[in-house]
Design a protein around this ligand. Structure first.
Ligand SMILES: NC(=O)c1ccc[n+]([C@@H]2O[C@H](COP(=O)([O-])OP(=O)(O)OC[C@H]3O[C@@H](n4cnc5c(N)ncnc54)[C@H](O)[C@@H]3O)[C@@H](O)[C@H]2O)c1
Length: 273
């Protein structure tokens, strides 16, 4: 798919590494300027350097998405610098693999605040700006021929079903499917599309940690948890960050102007609903 994002301004949270970084590279390759928003300043700056080499503007913006105040002031800085925001991709996330009986209140708050609250308040801050960008006559008529903003959230196949050793993570990812639908409905009068993706197993620093923890709980050597997952993947391989980035690019493109409130599995066929 050869899509142009020329002239678009995108904010990608969690783009210091892993899937978020692949998304940032994909959007920048298509011509977008990309704000690299990540809690890790060092990795955000590394991604920024790679995007600058593509000829794009790509400021690193350190932010903790679990803080609504930090999110709002980061988005204010982006608007002050670029004047607009066309695309938001919420890839920032944290996982935890721990038996249910051992989960603490702190564990729960960390996972849910980052994954769910972070997604919600990033959407809200960006949507406030996107709504300002919709021409008044379009709002008055209640219909438009094009989209005035694209938001893509990261759920997970763990959001499709319960997980015995990832209860907080699975709950936060299931709730992202719900808030994606709610935001899609709330923003439909403005022709802003809101969708989500559910990656399967994609080797990144996050999955490497999950594999170590799950393998230990299984009483098996590292690598076994990932192998057990891959054995159940119809396409018989793990995903690549670029597989998820391709789906995000499609959902951010004009080809997806008539798609909203949907959650797309990018998992080699692991889940089929
Ligand atoms: N890797 C997979 O197999 C997989 C599967 C399903 C879903 N996902 C989801 O995809 C997204 C990206 O995952 P990944 O594998 O690239 O993870 P990763 O751990 O490799 O990268 C996550 C990024 O988010 C950043 N981050 C974490 N907490 C943050 C915070 N509070 N504020 C701002 N940034 C923060 C990290 O610094 C990191 O750069 C996550 O939402 C994850 O839940 C990943």
């Amino acid at each position: 798919m050869d899509v142009s994002f020329a002239g678009k301004v995108a904010v990608v949270t969690g783009s210091g590494q892993g899937i978020g970084k692949a998304v940032a590279l994909r959007l920048a390759s298509g011509g977008a300027d990309v704000v690299v928003a990540d809690i890790n300043r060092q990795t955000a700056e590394q991604t920024s350097v790679e995007l600058l080499a593509l000829g794009r503007r790509a400021p690193a913006q350190p932010v903790d998405v679990a803080s609504a105040a930090q999110v709002q002031s980061m988005m204010d800085r982006v608007v002050a610098e670029f004047g607009r925001i066309d695309i938001l991709v919420n890839a920032a996330g944290v996982a935890q693999t721990k038996p249910f009986l051992e989960i603490t209140e702190q564990d729960w708050d960390r996972i849910v605040d980052t994954n769910l609250k972070g997604t919600v308040f990033c959407m809200q801050a960006v949507a406030r700006q996107m709504v300002r960008q919709v021409p008044q006559e379009v709002i008055a008529q209640g219909r438009a021929e094009c989209s005035y903003g694209k938001i893509v959230n990261f759920s997970s196949i763990s959001g499709r079903r319960g997980r015995s050793v990832q209860m907080a993570y699975a709950a936060s990812k299931a709730a992202i499917i719900s808030v994606t639908q709610s935001a899609a409905l709330a923003l439909s009068p403005y022709n802003i599309n809101v969708n989500a993706v559910c990656p399967g197993v994609i080797p990144t620093p996050m999955w490497e940690q999950i594999d170590r923890d799950r393998s230990r709980i299984m009483g098996a050597p590292p690598g076994e948890a990932m192998k057990a997952f891959v054995d159940k993947v119809p396409l018989q391989r793990v995903g690549r960050p670029e597989d998820a980035a391709g789906a995000v690019a499609f959902l951010c493109s004009t080809d997806a102007d008539y798609i909203t409130g949907q959650t797309l599995n990018v998992d080699g066929g692991f889940e089929m609903d």
